[in-house]
Write a new protein. Sequence first.
Length: 226
Amino acid sequence: MRNKLYEWLIGDATDCCYRSSLDYFTENAVILDVGIGNGVMVKDYHAAIKKKRLQIIGLDINSTYLRQCQMLVEDYDLSDRIKLYQQAVEAFNPHQNGSFDFILFSMSFMLLKDQAAVLERVANWLRPQGEIVFFQTMFKHRNRFIEVLKPRLKNLTTIDFGKMTYDADFYDLLEKLHFSVQMDRCMKRTWYNGTYRIISARPSPPPVGPATHKDSAKTAQTRRAT
Ligand SMILES: C[S@@+](CC[C@H](N)C(=O)[O-])C[C@H]1O[C@@H](n2cnc3c(N)ncnc32)[C@H](O)[C@@H]1O
């Protein structure tokens, strides 16, 4: 029942996320999927995962979703490509730093209590040139109605929709932590003037010598909103 409700409520976003991110991932990439959920994307994208020879480590804290995900992984013969761990990203430790080409937050970033701490933590797990990919609903302007609605929806459906993601706060966070945006696409307009966006960012190498005002201006310039 919980899985069905979840598919009904966020199926469209899930589909949009995995279609766009699987397209973006390079062949043979090793990916950490933070909050992989019930793995419903496997039904539509198993062939793409095999064709690109992707290796996916899926993390989630929810055992019901993970059980469903594991069944789909086996049904679609992906056990050698997708490994699942029941663990919060805040507690997970990869075998070694520099393990992943991509770290994907598909509608899970807005659920994190301390987003900055998680970003700083996971940045160490990227290979050189690795990227963090975010898929999320974003809003330009403050929306009190949805701010009030979200916690109520959780009471009603048991699904946590997390906090609102506002463009300015999100880009400020990336800039503060010295991430440079590599790709930024609006995939779809959603309810209440929100947009599904896919954004990828990479930690900028520390500047040589004292940081200057120009350095942070450069990081900001790499934003490429479409
Ligand atoms: C909205 S669902 C998205 C699932 C899937 N990525 C998708 O696009 O359909 C968010 C998922 O993140 C998981 N999650 C929440 N907090 C987490 C954390 N700290 N570490 C790992 N997973 C987390 C939830 O259990 C849930 O399955």
